[in-house]
Ligand binder design. Structure first.
Ligand code: FAQ
Length: 325
């Protein structure tokens, strides 16, 4: 359906319509699902919203790993609520993508057969309880940095989903910071665990913002269409500037010997991530890449009977309605 739709629309981009569309975007109008839109705009949104949805769903796995091992009942309840929130975020986003004419089944198939990506961060393992702190503080922190501007994105359903998601993400970030605060202020062993988690999650968190601007293939068109509001490097810098003082407050060190405040620019200078590692993760060669997709595939296969049951029930109701007419 999706491929057919994109193909049948491939000739709709006449220059007059394109100019009118761009004028609406420039005037800050929201584009709604039934409005005319260029094929590329629709495709870009399906890619970005779909990948964002997949990230929320796959993103449950590293934290789900710790629900049974949370150190107290309170921490368990908080983590459980957070992981459930991520499932909800995935659902809002799949719904937003569906308004563009692609089904959730198609999006899932594209994830499982490697045609669609999920955020590189979730290809990394969560090895200790302190990683729950680092994920909340850094990963949700990076997610918020990216998602707050997306509340103003040009596509109405995506912008509205972001408003709800951002409210929940700020709770997620606070709970992660709270775990880090407890551990960094705890015993020597706990402090070491907190530092180790920061050491392992720092660079993968910086990678979440995407490749350097010079290598970002989609940024310029996506920014012209207000699908993206900032460049990857702008948001990465903002994240570093916000996070370094938080690490200082915790008494932890950012694992970058060249990190320093630059009076002239008013920003921190920092060592960029290893981009070879980033591109290897994107190709499915992250430490947990194979496992993440295998887990999603199993969940999808295990749920087939539920989907079949729902479809059969819907068909029965449709048939009954038709017979009554
Ligand atoms: N991982 O041209 P660009 C979360 C791909 S939500 C994997 O710069 P673009 C919540 C990119 O797709 C986290 N792939 O791309 C949570 C493209 O490949 P393609 C997810 C990446 O789209 C917290 C290629 O590289 N957030 O964490 C990544 O303009 C805790 C070229 O890159 C979103 O998705 C990456 N990091 O900019 C859940 C936010 N970066 O598709 C659980 C919305 C780039 O051509 C626990 N998305 N690529 O094959 C965006 O803002 C953008 O899509 C970017 C990438 C900024 C991620």
């Amino acid at each position: 359906m999706y491929a057919q739709m994109i193909k049948s629309e491939a000739s709709n981009d006449d220059p007059e319509k394109l100019a009118e569309f761009q004028a609406r975007i420039d005037a800050g109008e929201k584009i709604e699902p039934k409005d005319w839109m260029p094929v590329g705009y629709r495709k870009t949104l399906i890619r970005q919203i779909g990948q964002h949805a997949h990230s929320e769903i796959v993103g449950q796995l590293p934290e789900g790993n710790w629900i049974t091992r949370a150190p107290t009942l309170e921490r368990k309840a908080i983590l459980l609520a957070k992981v459930q929130d991520e499932a909800g975020h995935g659902l809002y986003l799949y719904c937003a993508a569906e308004t563009l004419g692609v089904s959730r089944d198609e999006l899932t198939e594209m994830l499982l057969d490697g045609r669609m990506k999920y955020s590189s961060i979730f290809a990394y393992p969560t090895l200790t309880w302190a990683d729950m702190g680092a994920v909340g503080w850094l990963v949700d922190g990076a997610a918020i940095m990216n998602q707050v501007p997306l509340q103003r994105t040009s596509f109405g359903p995506y912008a509205r989903a972001m408003v709800r998601i951002c409210k929940e993400e700020s709770f997620h970030q606070r709970q992660g910071f709270d775990i880090m605060r407890k551990m960094a202020g705890g015993t020597e062993a706990q402090k070491r665990m907190a530092q180790d988690a920061l050491n392992r999650f720092w660079y993968p968190s910086l990678m979440m913002f995407g490749p350097p601007d010079a290598d970002s293939v989609h940024s310029s068109q996506s920014m012209a269409w207000k699908i993206k509001m900032n460049t990857n490097d702008e948001l990465r810098q903002k994240f570093v500037d916000q996070t370094v003082p938080q690490a200082e407050f915790l008494g932890l060190s950012i694992p970058d010997p060249d990190l320093r405040w630059n009076e002239e620019t008013g920003h921190y200078d920092f060592t960029p991530p290893d981009w070879d590692e980033f591109f290897a993760v994107l190709k499915g060669n992250g430490p947990c890449s194979v496992d993440r997709i295998a887990t999603r595939r199993k969940a999808w296969d295990d749920g087939a009977w539920v989907r079949d049951g729902l479809m059969a029930h819907a068909a029965k109701k449709r048939a009954a309605r038709t017979a009554a007419e």
